[in-house]
Design a protein around this ligand. Structure first.
Ligand code: SF4
Length: 181
């Protein structure tokens, strides 16, 4: 079978809800966006979870202020540089790496809406980019990879908004049917 040669990079927890801080996952295991990518013949590279590799699985929920430290930023930068090397490899082999998908509301993986400490000390959503996505965008955007975020609070957990991005790349279900039919 002919391969699609199309790859999306996905935030780790979209394929593994167990990486999320206890109690905040909105799906049991795998986010439904994965089924949409499969239907379009798009392969997935799972990004590392920078919070798990830095603070472990029993960490508490943090805000951007908690995570925006020299140590964590440098940790995220090393992950980002390793990912950029992988992207180079696939691009050199003729694959399209079109999009990296983050998670809105995260202090690490948000693209447009992060989590800041509110006036009463509680985490609140606010405009801003998470530390990891900021470092990732700095190395991936020059390679032509679009970095966007998925908002699991949307009605369909953000799938239809992401479909618009995939359609914009021409990565449609119809294109997949033509290529595999
Ligand atoms: S840091 Fe990113 S990958 Fe890890 S749980 Fe949070 S949003 Fe998911």
């Amino acid at each position: 079978m002919q391969r699609s040669r199309r790859i999306a990079l996905l935030a780790h927890c979209l394929l593994n809800a167990n990486a999320r801080v206890e109690g905040i996952a909105r799906y049991r295991g795998i986010h439904p966006v994965v089924r949409e990518l499969d239907a379009r013949g798009i392969a997935i590279i799972q990004l590392p979870c920078p919070e798990v590799t830095f603070a472990g699985l029993d960490r508490v929920r943090g805000t951007l202020e908690d995570y925006d430290t020299i140590e964590f930023r440098s940790h995220c930068r090393s992950h980002a540089l390793a990912i950029a090397e992988d992207v180079h490899l696939y691009q050199d082999a003729g694959c399209e790496v079109g999009v990296a998908l983050g998670v809105e509301g995260s202090p690490s993986c948000a693209v447009e809406l992060t989590n800041l400490r509110g006036p009463e000390g509680k985490a609140e959503r606010a405009p801003g980019t998470g530390v990891f996505m900021h470092e990732l965008a700095a190395v991936l955007e020059p390679l032509g990879v679009c970095v966007t975020g998925l908002d699991a609070r949307e009605d369909d957990r953000g799938v239809s908004t992401y479909c618009v991005v995939l359609d914009g790349l021409g990565w449609t279900r119809a294109a997949n049917a033509e290529e595999t039919g």
